[in-house]
Design a protein around this ligand. Structure first.
Ligand code: ADP
Ligand code: ASP
Ligand code: MG
Length: 440
């Protein structure tokens, strides 16, 4: 059995949904089909939640009305049979009635998660009705019945496996098993999610839980490209990546993959393929244990980074100083990405500033603290790229007039990271595209 995940743009238009159904009809292997919400939906649901949270019910109502209209139009275009349209209309009405009811009750954090879950619930139900319309046999597996996270927001593959197996046992004869990406239940049993872009993570967790033959991530581009196609003019797909390389790229900003989506596949040795829904014959990217060649494969950029520097003469020749620094970040459950040290100062980066004020306050006991916000980490990724000096020469030889705030080299053999001010990002990605890949 394989896993096939289709992202927002792949299901975002009626003709694309039809296209997915025809892709599935050509499949011989049974598949768990993981769907995202239609493109733009989760963003709209975030806006609705924010408006309700801030007490702006008028705007929330407006957002709900706009989204309702979008779905009404979508299903009218998708279905050709009256009966299927009526079934889909009842589904759409039910979900939007839910949103309209939420408008009238007092807001809570868990309610906002319920709002966010509507996108994937809608897309999978609408797609299921479409499969019915075209006479395709399928089963819908509710993600909220098997996908769960613990009190630390960590998914537990063991329990996912047991619950998913029970559901699969009920539908042994089915070749198409549709389920929702992104949504899950938390340790309190409430509806929750795997964070933005989390459908990739759902797919990889499911693939690990069922020991799938492959985890296919179908999106709007033919694989992982060598650079961010939203930023630079010319990019090309990378044919093969190791799990380590893919994880570095996903973590350091390549939006095509959710940052956590590689570890389940890697741990359970499931090959991952990145494929283009609009161009299914394109090779895409294969991600396995094997690196598929040495040298630099790609660069990626991670935005909204904060650089924190702690300077203290007490650090001089002192041991235990870094432990005290790390303890502060641990206390506030804030992950550190990059770190560099000198004899009297330590600089590190974080992307979660939720507790920054408290963190600074506690660090000030240890030394003088300065914080630079609006920073970007640009990561250069390739298998064992620290083995030759050629790469580092080429890397720095490519850069002109871009002040580098921090460099991380040697932490992983597959990654060299540079920290720059956010307004230098485009400049730097373009220079690297030219210098490292010979592309404009
Ligand atoms: P989906 O809705 O299918 O999950 P996403 O929008 O999350 O799709 O991810 C696909 C997008 O990721 C592409 O359209 C592309 O703009 C962006 N992207 C950023 N960096 C890369 C990269 N290195 N390679 C490929 N795509 C990338
Ligand atoms: N719909 C969710 C989002 O937009 C999850 C996903 O698309 O992967 O973030
Ligand atoms: Mg995505």
């Amino acid at each position: 059995m394989k896993v096939m995940k289709f992202g927002g743009t792949s299901v975002g238009k009626p003709e694309r949904m039809k296209h997915i159904a025809s892709l599935l009809q050509t499949e011989t292997e049974p598949a768990i089909v993981v769907l995202s919400a239609l493109s733009g939906t989760t963003n709209a649901l975030v806006e609705i939640g924010n408006a309700i949270a801030s007490g702006d019910r008028h705007s929330a109502q407006q957002f709900i009305n706009n989204l309702t209209e979008h779905y009404n139009k979508f299903i009218k275009e998708l279905f050709s049979k009256e009966a299927s349209l009526a079934t889909a209309q009842a589904i759409v009405d039910e979900h939007f009635e839910f949103l309209n009811i939420i408008l009238k009750i007092s807001f809570s954090e868990s309610l906002s998660k319920d709002i966010l879950a509507q996108g994937e619930l809608l897309s999978t139900k609408i797609f299921s009705v479409y499969l019915e319309e075209i006479g395709e046999s399928y089963a819908l597996l509710p993600a909220l019945e098997f996908m769960s996270i613990d009190e630390n927001d960590e998914p537990q593959i063991g329990s996912i496996r047991i619950k998913l197996k029970q559901l699969l046992d009920q539908h042994k004869e089915k070749k198409i098993l549709v389920t929702q990406g992104y949504i899950c239940r938390n340790a309190r049993g409430e509806v929750d999610n795997l964070k933005r872009g989390g459908s990739d993570y759902s797919a990889s967790l499911i693939a690990a839980a069922i020991s799938a033959s492959v985890c296919e991530i179908w999106t709007d581009i033919d694989g992982m490209h060598n650079n961010d196609p939203r930023v630079v003019g010319t990019t090309r797909p990378v044919e093969q990546l190791s799990f380590e390389e893919a994880a570095e790229l996903a973590y350091f900003g390549a939006k095509i993959l959710h940052p956590a989506s590689i570890w389940p596949a890697q741990q359970y040795k499931i090959p991952v393929k990145l494929l283009n829904t609009m161009q299914p014959e394109a090779k895409g990217t294969l991600i396995t244990q094997e690196p598929g060649g040495h040298g630099v494969k790609a660069v990626a950029a991670k935005d909204n980074i904060y650089a924190v520097r702690i300077k203290s003469s007490r650090m001089l020749l002192a041991y235990g100083f870094l432990r005290k620094v790390f303890e502060v970040f641990e206390k506030y459950k804030t992950a550190i990405d990059m770190i560099t040290t000198s004899e009297v100062a330590v600089s590190l980066t974080i992307d979660n500033a939720d507790h920054l004020d408290q963190i600074i306050k506690e660090l000030e006991v240890l030394g003088t603290v300065t914080v630079d916000k609006d920073q970007t980490i640009v990561s250069v990724v390739g298998y064992n790229i620290n083995e030759t000096e050629e790469i580092i020469k080429k890397l720095f030889g490519s850069i002109r007039s871009v002040p580098i705030r921090m460099v991380s080299y040697g932490g992983s053999p597959h990654n060299i990271s540079l920290l720059v001010s956010a307004d230098e990002k485009v400049h730097l990605l373009k220079q690297l595209n030219k210098g490292m890949f010979g592309l404009e």
